[in-house]
Design a protein around this ligand. Structure first.
Ligand code: SF4
Length: 457
């Protein structure tokens, strides 16, 4: 059986599309391998930062230069945002040993590219080429379910609207069908994802142009929580302030499956910088959203993304960001140094670029604050019990989590998304268990196993 290897860079949307590609390849008779000598290597590239684009190129270069016998199908295929953002460069870099795949037509393209003739057509999504997932996600305890694609919000630092300009939402019945597949394949938690999740069911990501913002995603969540038996936990991969309407918050709080953890990208706490970023909310809007979510949920965990060193960012602007972080009491801040993306407005503001030394100082400061806030947030649960979805002992989900066989220590993520380590006499991977939080340190939260948790609703 020919072998394949899929390497994925970037976001949950990419991870989901890689799973669809894997299902396509298995259907063509290929088997997975982690070997660098796989018959075909698919690199799902990313272009959100210049570092991600560089990493994509290096990986492709490495695999594309492997020898190929005349007449053999290409052994390296590039897909994803970087590959489709600069096809000429990609083709040059890949040379004749490889090819560029387009998500839109991959199900047709791949068999032709690989010279596969014998295969059963797969049950495919009505509105897109790629298949409906029906298998257990091998590397994920939390199943990723992509429901939306595309963005036209044009934040000034972001290249995505150029790479995924068409907004598309999966029909509700298809999402429900796939969610049922995932639960019957053994997943107890599903993470809904999209390029602009809150634009589900909308023709635009621009809130000011949307009819009844977030109404469609609210109705989808209601359907998921009422018609997918066995679904224990539902998580949203991210929400923008404009999406977190009172209607959506009311829907989220009315279903026990919806976990009290929200990823709400802030990017900056400064009103000026938010305007320059062309973000669709002000700092006050963001604070109001935090207040609304806190009023609706018991100690909700809030994580976020922040860009440090955006062109023109002053000390006062950065101070507004750290002040907002304290106000929001974030569980975690994903801090990214500004990365100019060719083709975006912000990349042209060269004279306002912030010196690297200052960017590094601010990154360290924000990282330190994030660790401090995380410790504060987790400490409030000492002595309480939480429910964990146990990760595979060797998952890269949390550093130093290996060696369960030696240590008897396993870990899982609780409803509020922070990881808890606990001793366990048996491997509880994929199970929902209850643990009591015993102690919290800067690096780790430690608990003791109470009992296997409730059966899913
Ligand atoms: S909302 Fe902004 S940051 Fe997010 S994908 Fe769209 S343009 Fe990019």
């Amino acid at each position: 059986m020919p072998t394949y290897r899929v390497i994925t860079l970037g976001c949950k949307v990419n991870q989901y599309e890689s799973l669809q590609v894997e299902q396509l390849l298995k259907n063509l008779g290929y088997t997975p391998t982690e070997s660098k000598d796989a018959d075909v290597v698919i690199v799902n590239t990313c272009s959100v930062t210049s570092q991600a684009a560089a990493k994509s190129r290096n990986l492709l270069r490495r695999f594309a230069r492997r020898p190929r016998k005349p007449g053999d199908p290409p052994h390296t295929i590039a897909i994803g945002c970087w590959a489709t953002s600069d096809k000429t460069k990609a083709a040059e870099l890949l040379g004749e040993n490889a090819a560029i795949g387009h998500q839109g037509i991959l199900a047709e393209q791949l068999p032709a590219l690989l010279g596969a003739t014998q295969f059963q057509p797969l049950k495919r999504s009505n509105s897109r080429s790629l298949p409906i997932l029906s298998e257990r996600q091998p590397r994920n305890q939390r199943a990723i379910l992509k429901i939306q694609d595309g963005c036209d919000a044009h934040c000034t630092y972001c290249i995505i609207p150029k790479l995924r300009p068409i907004l598309w939402s999966r029909p509700q019945e298809e999402v429900i069908a796939e969610a049922r597949n995932m639960v019957s394949a053994g997943h107890q938690e599903i993470v809904l994802t999209g390029v602009f999740l809150g634009a589900y069911g909308q023709g635009t990501a621009l809130h000011r142009r949307q009819e009844s913002p977030s109404a469609h995603i609210a109705s989808l969540i209601k359907e998921l929580c009422t018609s997918v038996p066995g679904l224990a936990r539902l998580r949203l991969s991210s929400l923008e302030p404009g999406d977190a309407t009172p209607e959506l918050i009311e829907t989220l709080r009315s279903f026990p499956q919806v976990v009290p953890h929200f990823h709400l990208p802030l990017q900056s706490g400064s009103a000026d910088i938010l305007r320059k970023m062309n973000r669709q909310y002000s700092a006050d809007d963001y604070r109001r959203m935090i207040d609304n979510i806190r009023a609706a949920f018991d100690r909700p965990a809030i994580t976020t993304d922040v860009i440090v060193g955006f062109p023109g960012e002053t000390d006062e602007d950065f101070a507004a960001t750290t002040e907002m972080a304290r106000y929001a009491q974030f569980l975690h801040v994903h801090a990214f140094p500004f990365s100019p993306r060719e083709g975006t407005a912000a990349a042209r503001w060269k004279r306002q670029m912030i010196p690297q030394r200052i960017v590094t100082e601010r990154m360290n400061q924000l990282q330190q604050l994030s660790d401090e806030l995380s410790l504060q947030f987790r400490s409030q649960f000492v002595g309480e019990s939480v429910e964990l979805l146990v990760e595979h002992p060797n998952s890269s989900d949390v550093p130093e989590s290996a060696a369960w066989l030696q240590t008897g220590v396993q870990h899982g993520r609780c409803e509020r998304y922070f990881a808890v380590h606990f001793e366990s006499p048996v491997d509880l991977t994929g199970k929902l268990v209850r643990v009591r939080i015993e102690r919290v340190t800067a690096q780790r939260t430690v608990g003791s196993l109470l009992e296997p948790a409730r059966r899913a609703v």
